[in-house]
Design a protein around this ligand. Structure first.
Ligand code: NDP
Length: 291
C-alpha cells in the first residue's frame, strides 16, 4: 500500500479562501480583524514563523502588527505591552511567539493575555473550555489536524487514536479534540516503555515529539492515518539543513493509508487556524455568531 498524501498547503488555501466572505462581512461593519504578534529576541526560526503568520493575515485582509522586542526586554515590560494590547479595540487576537527568553515566565505571560483575545488558545480559561467540551479558541495545531481529518471524511468516532507527545500546545489539546469526536485515546510520552506496541494499535496516529523520523514504518498499523506534527531541522547527513518530521515518511508511507508530509502538512494548517481564531475573536467582539 502507498499512502495518499494529505496536502496541508492546498487545504489551508481552500479554508482561507472560505474565510474571505467573513472578513468582508466584518469590513462592512467597519471592523478589520487584527492580530498582534509579539516576538521577543532574535530567534531565527521564530522570525520566520512570525513573518509567515503576518503575511497570511495580510493576504486575507486582516492587519497584523508585529511588536518586536529586544531579547533583554524585562517580563514587566512584556506584561505592560500585553496590557496595552488587551485594551486596544483594533486588536482582536494576541499571539506571543514561543519560546520566550529564559528570564521570562511563559506561563505568566500567556495568562496575562485577555482570554477573549487568546488567538493561540493557551490561556487556562480557554484550556478549561476545551476540556469541558465547549472550545472557544482551540489551539491552532490540533485544530488544524481536526480540519484535515474532516476534509478527508475521517470520522474519529470508534477509532483508536494514539498521540505521541503530551505537550500543552499539541498532544493534550489534540487528545481533547479527538475524544470529543468519539475516538478512544492513548497518549504516549517519553516514559512510555514500548512505544511501537502503542503506535501499532493506532487507526489515527498523531506524532508531536520533536525527534526527527522517530516513528518508522514498522511502528504503523497497516492502513492507519498518520499525522506528523514534528518540524525538525536536520543537522547532519545528506539532508542537513532540510526539514524533517517526527515520522520516517519513506517507510511509513508504504504502510499507512493517508499521511501528512513535512513540510507542507500540518504546518500550513496551524497558520490557517490562527487566522480562524482571530476572525472568530473579531466576530465575537462585533456581536456576530462565529461559525
Ligand atoms: P514538547 O517538547 O513540548 O513536547 C514533546 C512531547 O514528546 C513531550 O510530551 C515528551 O514527553 C514527548 N516525548 C519526548 N520523547 C519521547 C519519546 N522518545 N517517546 C514518546 N514521547 C516522547 O514539543 P511540542 O509539542 O511543542 O512540539 C513537538 C514537535 O511538533 C516539534 O517538532 C515542534 O517543532 C512541532 N510543532 C509543529 C507545529 C506545526 O505547526 N506543525 C506546531 C507546534 C509544534 P514528556 O512529556 O515525558 O516529556
Amino acid at each position: 500500500m502507498t499512502a495518499r498524501i494529505l496536502d496541508g498547503n492546498a487545504l489551508g488555501r481552500e479554508l482561507r479562501s472560505r474565510m474571505r466572505g467573513r472578513v468582508e462581512v466584518l469590513a462592512a461593519r467597519g471592523v478589520t480583524p487584527g492580530l498582534a504578534v509579539i516576538l521577543v529576541g532574535e530567534n531565527p526560526a521564530s522570525k520566520v514563523y512570525v513573518r509567515n503568520k503576518g503575511r497570511a493575515c495580510e493576504e486575507l485582509g486582516m492587519h497584523a502588527p508585529l511588536i518586536n522586542l529586544t531579547g533583554s526586554t524585562s517580563e514587566a515590560d512584556l506584561l505592560a505591552e500585553i496590557a496595552k494590547l488587551n485594551d486596544d479595540p483594533a486588536i482582536h487576537g494576541i499571539l506571543v511567539q514561543l519560546p520566550l527568553p529564559a528570564h521570562i515566565a511563559s506561563k505568566k505571560v500567556l495568562e496575562a493575555i485577555a482570554p477573549h483575545k487568546d488567538a493561540d488558545g493557551f490561556h487556562p480559561i480557554n484550556v478549561g473550555l476545551l476540556a469541558s467540551g465547549t472550545p472557544r479558541f482551540a489551539p491552532c495545531t490540533p485544530a488544524g489536524v481536526m480540519e484535515m481529518l474532516a476534509a478527508e471524511n475521517i470520522n474519529p468516532r470508534g477509532k483508536h487514536a494514539v498521540i505521541v507527545g503530551a505537550s500543552n500546545i499539541v498532544g493534550k489539546p489534540m487528545a481533547m479534540l479527538l475524544l470529543q469526536k468519539g475516538a478512544t485515546i492513548t497518549i504516549c510520552n517519553s516514559k512510555t516503555p514500548d512505544l511501537g506496541a502503542m503506535t501499532r494499535q493506532a487507526d489515527i496516529l498523531v506524532v508531536a515529539v520533536g525527534r526527527p523520523k522517530m516513528v518508522t514504518g514498522d511502528m504503523v498499523k497497516p492502513g492507519a492515518v498518520v499525522i506528523d506534527v514534528g518540524i525538525n531541522r536536520l543537522v547532519e547527513g545528506p539532508n542537513a539543513g532540510k526539514l524533517a518530521g517526527d515520522v520516517d515518511f519513506d517507510t511509513a508511507k508504504d504502510v499507512a493509508s493517508l499521511i501528512t508530509p513535512v513540510p507542507g502538512g500540518v504546518g500550513p494548517m496551524t497558520i490557517t487556524m490562527l487566522l480562524e481564531n482571530t476572525l472568530r475573536a473579531a466576530e465575537l467582539t462585533a456581536g456576530l455568531n462565529a461559525v
